[in-house]
Design a protein around this ligand. Structure first.
Ligand code: PGA
Length: 252
């Protein structure tokens, strides 16, 4: 089996302006040769996707979106952006089911699965996010909640699929699970994927996300079953994001 290429994805959320694209461009020089060994991805707000794709053309950094419509076909859906449009604008990936969308936009597992399948239909690789809340972890339900999310929000086919395990309570703060806790949930995700896709699950990368920074990235990347990271705040500055990319053992 070919090893899965590590993926380190930056989720800019609703931050940055056009001028911030200079940080994405600066990443190439800051991360240097690590970029050939580790795949780097920037997901800016949708309105900047085309400019980001243009600025990064010829660079070893890919561009992705943060959400897409569940409608694969063009339709009267005011305010929505289809996966085909994101692909047309230069995206290669799209994040779906981020916990902020699940929480603030009431996105269900079923809707997230439809978005992932629409992404695949447009040739995009979906990054499906899963993760337990603090209350669920405290109740001892982290593994069962994440397993259920993987079963219900991943697409029917494994094609291009990436899963990001992001404990909701670890996002945007300063807390991360212990290395053992991350290892345990990644094993749960892997087992679910194997049950769902059989052999095809081997190609699915499973990322960790939630307060990844230049200091903790090396330890997190060393955990068995972690194929990279989904990074929020620390992806906004080229120096920080490059330090995370270079912290991956495959980058050395
Ligand atoms: P954070 O965000 O790195 O700022 O915690 C991660 C995410 O929400 O993807």
């Amino acid at each position: 089996m070919a090893a899965r290429k590590p993926l380190i994805a930056g989720n800019w959320k609703m931050y940055g302006r056009r001028a911030a694209l200079a940080e994405a461009v600066a990443l190439e020089a800051a991360a240097g040769e690590a970029l050939g060994r580790v795949e780097a991805l920037i997901c800016p707000p949708a309105v900047y996707l085309a400019a980001a794709a243009q600025a990064l053309s010829g660079h070893a950094v890919s561009v992705g979106a943060q959400d897409c419509s569940p409608n694969a076909e063009d339709a009267a859906r005011t305010g929505e952006v289809s996966a085909a449009m994101l692909a047309d604008a230069g995206a290669a990936y799209v994040i779906v089911g981020h916990s902020e969308r699940r929480a603030f936009h009431q996105e269900s597992n079923d809707l997230v699965r439809q978005k992932a399948e629409a992404a695949q239909a447009a040739g995009l690789a979906p990054i499906v996010c899963v993760g337990e809340t603090e209350a669920e972890r405290n109740a001892g339900e982290a593994a069962s909640v994440v397993a259920a999310q993987v079963r219900a929000s991943t697409p029917a086919q494994a094609r291009g699929l990436v899963v990001a395990y992001e404990p909701v309570w670890a996002i945007g703060g300063n807390r991360t699970p212990t290395l053992d806790e991350i290892r345990e949930i990644h094993a749960v995700v892997r087992a679910e994927l194997a049950g769902r896709y059989g052999q095809d699950a081997e190609s699915v990368r499973v990322l960790y996300g939630g307060s990844v920074n230049p200091k903790n990235a090396g330890d997190i990347f060393g955990i068995e079953g972690v194929d990279g990271a989904l990074v929020g705040r620390a992806s906004l500055k080229a120096a920080d994001f490059a330090a995370i990319i270079k912290a991956h053992p495959a980058a050395l």
